[in-house]
Design a protein around this ligand. Structure first.
Ligand code: SF4
Length: 50
């Protein structure tokens, strides 16, 4: 898998500002067609400690 840098440190898959999930899913964020990165979101996010 590609290296994914991620600053969401609250995610259980985040180690040293890098994503360590075996795969991630990214979806539209409340829109049908994204026109910028703000309109995407990581669905694989899992809060630490759960
Ligand atoms: S799963 Fe998503 S939110 Fe969590 S570290 Fe990876 S890219 Fe970031």
């Amino acid at each position: 898998m590609s290296k994914i840098k991620c600053t969401v440190l609250e995610c259980a898959y985040n180690k040293n500002v890098m994503c360590h999930a075996p795969m991630i899913q990214v979806n539209h964020n409340g829109v049908k067609h994204s026109s910028g990165s703000r309109e995407t979101q990581c669905e694989t996010f899992k809060p630490k400690g759960l």
